[in-house]
Design a protein around this ligand. Structure first.
Ligand code: SF4
Ligand code: ZN
Length: 306
């Protein structure tokens, strides 16, 4: 196959775009998709400060690399979860990446904050990933809000978005369907959330990271259950294989036709919000659920030690 742009030998075939690219032209395709996402969805401008959530995986590092290349004012945020034999490796990848490219980085340590994820696993009677995800979202938003950032960018790609949309649709979860999308506008206590990679698949992002020589953290988390959307992603992989372009059509169709039909139903998610008396994050109770979990774990540890 020849490169659609320069006619050299292509190294990446993209059936969903009826095209293929060589190693020099592929990054231009990637850049264009990110530019289009930011422009069409009005995600942010070059005058705004963007906090980028960096896990150390291909998506978040590729996103940071690309936004910096495009001249945006970006700072990385890594959350060190404190998981033995895992978190230190992810953190090292992120720190090395930011050092190499001269990028600003903030690191937040769950251990220092008082609740490393192993303590959640040992003391909270809920699936560890559900609580870990909640903690990460909480701190991303809190740190972005306290740091006065204009937006929080995450590396969610098209596969992530389609898998989540599919899961929400299977449950007809109207409240979540009403606010799923590449941009979640700022509201009281919440910063704007954006997903500039939503037009690109996991495969496309992985290719970009590889061609740019980005060293990524790819070891699975030792606590991963494997359940999180994996099955739905496999199903969509099969559909996409049979009919290239299906994933993007499904997601775009939702944004244009489905999402407006659910508008206004987000109120179902929560009641009136006020700042948490402990951490200032928006909550419908006096103390937010994350601070409540932290307190409960501290009590459980104290009891176990007594
Ligand atoms: Fe957290 Fe679960 Fe992800 Fe591990 S797999 S980082 S515990 S959400
Ligand atoms: Zn709180």
């Amino acid at each position: 196959m020849k490169c659609t742009r320069c006619k050299a030998l292509a190294c990446v075939a993209l059936p969903s775009h009826h095209s293929g690219f060589c190693k020099d032209c592929y990054p231009l395709f990637f850049t264009k998709q990110v530019e289009t996402a930011i422009r069409r969805e009005k995600m942010f401008t070059r005058d705004e400060r963007i906090l980028v959530a960096l896990s150390g995986g291909k998506d978040s590092l590729a996103l940071m690399f690309e936004l910096n290349l495009q001249g945006y004012d970006v700072t990385g945020l890594h959350i060190d979860l404190g998981i033995p034999n895992s978190s230190e490796k992810a953190r090292k990848k992120v720190e090395d990446f930011c050092d190499l490219h001269g990028l600003n980085l903030e690191v937040f340590e769950m251990e220092k904050w008082g609740l490393p994820i192993p303590d959640v696993k040992a003391h909270v009677n809920r699936p560890v990933c559900a609580v870990c995800g909640k903690m990460k979202r909480h701190h991303f938003n809190r740190i972005a809000r306290e740091g006065g950032y204009d937006a929080l960018a995450t590396g969610h790609n098209l596969d992530d978005e389609v898998a989540r949309l599919f899961a929400n649709t299977l449950r007809w979860d109207t409240a979540y369907l009403s606010d799923q999308g590449p941009v979640l506008p700022a509201s009281e206590g919440f910063v704007r959330k954006v997903k500039p990679l939503f037009r690109l698949s996991e495969f496309e992002t992985a290719n970009y990271a590889f061609l740019k020589g980005i060293e990524i953290h790819s070891d699975p988390c030792p606590y991963a259950s494997g359940a999180s959307f994996t099955h739905h992603k496999e199903l969509w992989g099969e559909l996409e294989h049979r009919s290239p372009g299906q994933k993007f059509q499904f997601y775009q169709g939702f944004l244009k036709k489905g999402k407006p039909a659910f508008a206004g139903l987000e109120e179902e998610i929560g009641a009136e919000l006020a700042p948490c008396s402990e951490c200032g994050s928006p909550t419908s109770a006096e103390i937010c659920s994350v601070c409540r979990i932290k307190k409960a774990v501290a009590e459980s540890k104290a009891k176990a030690a007594a």
